[in-house]
Design a protein around this ligand. Structure first.
Ligand code: AMP
Ligand code: MG
Length: 284
């Protein structure tokens, strides 16, 4: 069953992030002991993704949100180890370009939504438009406050078109974030990841918390639920997310599609002569 029930935000429920322990790991004792469970979910996801691709009637959209160093990039790397790159895409949303800014906030996001048979991960998403945009007052309140409803309508439309949507908030503590910044600072291979704004954004932690709480409360729906995943332990985060994704994919009723040809007729027409050693030449 996995962690679905434990971390799902039921529509209408109140979210108090300060009451959720970012270091939670449930009954799991250690990474070593959880590793086989993680491997099992990844293998299951891989099998189901093949079916999703073959069936080509539905799609899956995974939204990742969280503060800097919460682990979004790590989850992307991890989730896809089990999947075939053919049929999957990741899109990382940065600050909007001039062209993107000239359109409505969902314009750029919609373009990258998964086509039938595809799995797409949004690393950041349209939620930035009610998070960073709200915290920094990049648009007035009367503009961003209307976006929750627009987001629900948009996601509902995608869902009605056959897209399963799963949204994850990676919940880390400020202490863990600072520790991860320090590790990046000390590791020459990862220093490129650090920017000074990472530190100045930290000072806005309470504002981001408030923005996340409202966004998650107002946009967790039956068709597009949010999951608040404790993410101080990277392995626990990976376990929870891979189980929730595998679980959702098994609920999609994916089946190997029936053949598009008459198998017996094709066997007879193209293979019978070769099997009886009566081929005229190599290609006929
Ligand atoms: P990173 O994820 O570290 O590559 O950084 C991407 C940056 O783009 C983050 O600081 C985001 O807050 C910012 N960003 C993403 N979407 C938007 C948006 N719609 N408006 C403003 N900033 C955004
Ligand atoms: Mg960053």
């Amino acid at each position: 069953m996995g962690y679905r029930e434990e971390f799902i935000m039921h529509p209408g429920a109140k979210l108090h992030l300060d009451r959720i322990d970012p270091s939670y790991k449930g009954k799991q004792e250690s990474h070593e002991k959880a590793a086989p469970l993680i491997a099992e979910s990844l293998a299951q996801m891989g099998r189901l993704q093949e079916l999703l691709y073959a069936d080509a009637s539905q799609s899956l959209l995974i939204v990742l949100q969280g503060l800097d160093a919460a682990g979004k990039d790590g989850v992307v790397r991890h989730l896809f180890t089990g999947m075939n790159p053919q049929g999957t895409r990741v899109f990382s949303f940065k600050q909007p370009s001039t062209e993107e800014r000239a359109h409505d906030f969902l314009w750029r996001v919609h373009q990258h939504a998964p086509g039938r048979g595809e799995v797409v991960v949004y690393n950041r998403s349209h939620y930035e438009d009610v998070l960073v945009v709200r915290v920094h007052e990049l648009v007035p309140r009367k503009v961003w406050s209307k976006r929750y409803e627009l987001i629900n309508d948009f996601e509902n439309m995608l869902a009605k078109n056959g897209t399963r949507i799963l949204k994850f908030y990676l919940h880390i503590s400020p202490e863990e974030q600072l520790e991860r910044f320090k590790q990046r600072l000390d590791d020459p291979a990862r220093q490129w990841k650090i920017s000074e704004s990472d530190y100045s954004e930290r000072l806005l932690w309470p504002k981001y918390t408030e923005a996340y709480e409202e966004a998650i409360e107002r946009t967790s729906t039956k068709t597009a639920p949010w999951f608040v995943v404790p993410a101080n332990h990277k392995w626990f985060r990976d376990l929870a997310i891979s189980q929730i994704v595998a679980d959702a994919m098994s609920g999609m009723n994916l089946k190997t599609p029936p053949p598009r040809i008459d198998l017996a007729a094709i066997r007879k027409k193209y293979h019978a002569a070769a099997e009886k050693g009566r081929r005229k030449n190599a290609w006929a």
